[in-house]
Design a protein around this ligand. Structure first.
Ligand code: GCW
Length: 685
């Protein structure tokens, strides 16, 4: 059994006879006159799929001939007008855009896949195959698309010992025992998965760059990085590395890593030149500096613009880019110190530096001000720096959202974040319009995310977590796509067209984020998790610790006062009217109430319930909903292979155990604190 390995690239045989006949008439032969690794990848994918889905062996011509049924290439070489397209239609697309057109006149049936560049052609091939795998007719097709974001990136948190920081699906596919696994087939298949959903950049090592990984930018490892970059390049994916800010000391033999030191600058310039000898289109660096004990410019009394610009100078001659992370906060906070607020940190550190960064620096900002909780407000830094390139960082890995045991389809959450109105330039300045670079005309922009894959046969541990990887790519390609459509596509591609399977799995996915939220930390307060591994409830797990993640529950109430008048003043960081909306108890939305305010347990929510009754109700409900997920899934037995069925079934039972623990610990804790009984008298311990 392939155990879920093919994910959404199943290419199952087409069983509907009339569709099979229709597709087959187009998949007789293919003509491509340009030669590039990316175009070859497109042809290889189409050939593979034609074989698997239609049992056809296409003839490939490397010249134009009227005999060819598929014409594939860039607009410079294809005479698009011959196929009823105007040259402008393709020319006016961005570099990754494409057109798919079918011509079906009486005696000719042809498919034209034309891209602005070869990347567009590859994306067209994957889209065409998606149409076919989801049983759409391709007669009369005229499909035009281009991505709405420039960088569509993936960050691996893989270490060279083979472990993955926050990995929930086995070990790294890249590394093992402080070297490379050498399994290039697996990496190629990962490249296919990424490219098929439009990902165009990847950093291949953890942002925490430890001792061994610091050497990735040396001749010891660069030949193997080059091999990996060659594979990704053929799928339109540009390779980046995370670097250690202290590299000049650790591997350069210098006494300092001070960004303003001439020797350090020279060292980086030479280092970058060396890297580009191996990888001429190397993307650049991802940097976690002065964050969670990693070295950075603060150590030398320099600011983050000094640090980022030093690397940017070195990369600029090669068009390289620095992704500089804004996850900078005091992780040694004294819990007694009520004036420090971790949520404020990114804005406080970076906003004053607007205008000081070189134009090949991109600030990488987590979607929320804390750390990928089940619910957070948008980071106020997004949209606040007019003169500085920004990308937003999501986490596809489910560190705080069930660790790929619990089902949590994150597309609806990301969608809410992307459509949030920051009001940065008045009404309608949504997050997606900022991160796609159109509001401030950034040179570089887009979205990045922490990957959720490992070397488990099915890539993501829980087979249903594949939907998050797929959905991430599809959503950032086009943030206007709906969660429903993305989920629908994923289920059909992964499990086929059975109506029951499609409706059931889709429903489970779309409900899952709210279900998870129901049994988790309530009303946006976050955390309440076990230390270190972050799975399962531990309400006071971080309450008296250094990490700045507190809920301040006492006998009367709970929540973090972040208002301007009596709290930390964090609300001030938002543009009006968000600032006022969050600052006021009257207008703050229920789901974020405890993120912004400390309220009595008896405080009445907009829903009409008290906070304490809301806690009880959602936690009893969340557990029941997980029981419901199990019933829904069980109804699908026999409708798919046993491996995938049992894989998800096992995970759902782990989820039920987790939900029960959350329900009972949260309810018991707050009952004991508040003394307020459940209005419905259910069992609380
Ligand atoms: O919250 C933390 C995670 C760390 C991670 C860090 C980060 C890579 O728990 O494991 O380190 O976020 O984003 O840098």
């Amino acid at each position: 059994a392939e155990k879920g390995y093919k994910a959404w690239l199943q290419y199952n045989e087409i069983t509907d006879e009339s569709l099979k006949a229709e597709y087959s008439s187009y998949f007789a032969s293919l003509s491509v006159t340009e030669d590039s690794p990316i175009l070859n990848a497109a042809v290889e994918e189409l050939t593979l799929a034609a074989n698997a889905m239609l049992g056809k062996d296409m003839t490939i011509y490397n010249y134009f001939t009227d005999d060819a049924t598929i014409i594939l290439g860039t607009y410079q070489t294809i005479d698009v007008e011959e196929y009823g397209l105007s040259a402008d239609e393709v020319k006016n697309l961005n570099d990754e855009g494409y057109v798919i057109k079918s011509v079906n006149q009486a005696d000719t049936k042809k498919l034209v896949l034309v891209g602005k560049t070869d990347k567009g052609v590859l994306y067209a091939a994957f889209q065409l195959l998606r149409f076919m795998q989801t049983s759409n007719s391709i007669d009369g097709l005229h499909h035009v698309e281009q991505p709405k974001n420039q960088f569509r990136m993936m960050n691996q948190w893989d270490n060279m010992d083979g472990s993955i920081e926050r990995g929930y699906s086995g070990n790294s596919i890249f590394y093992d025992e402080n070297g490379f696994t050498g399994d290039l087939t697996r990496i190629k298949d990962y490249a296919r998965l990424l490219s098929s959903v439009g990902i165009n950049a990847i950093s291949i090592n953890n942002v925490n760059v430890w001792e061994v990984e610091t050497n990735l930018i040396t001749s010891k490892f660069l030949p193997e990085v080059q091999q990996i970059a060659d594979i990704f390049r053929a799928y339109g994916v540009q390779t980046f590395l995370s670097i250690n800010f202290a590299s000049p000391i650790q591997i350069g033999g210098l006494a300092t890593a001070d960004p303003l030191d001439a020797g350090v600058q020279k060292w980086w310039a030479e280092k970058v030149e060396e890297i580009y000898k191996y990888i001429p289109d190397f993307g650049g660096f991802v940097v976690k500096a002065d964050s969670e004990h990693r070295p950075g410019p603060f150590f030398y009394d320099r600011d983050h613009a000094d640090g980022a610009n030093m690397l940017a100078e070195a990369l600029a001659p090669f068009n390289g880019v620095v992704f500089w992370r804004c996850f900078v906060y005091n992780c040694l906070q004294d819990w007694r110190d009520r004036s420090t607020d971790r949520a404020r940190a990114a804005f406080d550190h970076f906003k004053p530096l607007d205008g000081k960064f070189l134009d090949n620096v991109v600030l990488q900002i987590k979607n929320g001000p804390m750390d990928f909780q089940v619910r957070e407000p948008i980071s106020p830094l997004i949209g606040s720096m007019e003169k500085t390139n920004q990308v937003m960082e999501f986490q596809v890995a489910q560190e705080y959202t069930g660790q790929q045991k619990d089902l949590c389809f994150l597309v609806p959450q990301w969608k809410e974040y992307l459509k949030f109105d920051t009001h940065a330039k008045g009404e309608g300045t949504t997050v997606d319009s900022i991160v796609n670079g159109s509001v401030y005309d950034f040179k570089y922009s887009g979205i990045t995310a922490v990957s959720n894959i490992g070397n488990d046969a099915n890539w993501t541990g829980n087979t249903l977590a594949q939907a998050n990887l797929f959905g991430y790519g599809r959503l950032i390609w086009n943030p206007d796509a709906t969660s429903e459509d993305i989920a629908d596509d994923w289920v059909r591609l992964t499990f086929g067209d059975d109506k029951n399977v499609v409706e059931t799995v889709k429903g489970m996915l779309l409900d899952s984020w709210h279900i998870y939220e129901n049994y988790n930390a309530p009303l946006g307060v976050g955390w309440m998790i076990n230390q270190h591994h972050h799975y399962g409830p531990n309400i006071d797990g971080y309450e008296y610790d250094v990490w700045g993640t507190y809920h301040f529950s006492d006998r009367d109430g709970m929540g973090v006062d972040r208002t301007m008048e009596t709290g930390t003043g964090y609300t001030e960081q938002y543009f009006s009217p968000n600032k006022e909306i969050y600052n006021s108890l009257e207008t703050c939305p229920d789901e974020l109430l405890l993120f912004f305010h400390h309220v009595p347990y008896t405080y009445e929510l907009k829903s009409g319930k008290t906070v304490i009754q809301h806690i009880y109700d959602t936690h009893f409900l969340g557990f029941e909903q997980v029981e419901g997920l199990i019933t829904r899934w069980n109804s699908l037995e026999g409708k798919m292979d046993d491996y995938r069925f049992n894989n998800v079934k096992e995970r759902l039972h782990m989820q039920l155990k987790n939900a029960r623990e959350w329900r009972d610990q949260i309810n018991t804790y707050f009952y004991r604190k508040s003394g307020v009984p459940d209005a419905k008298n259910r069992t609380i311990y």
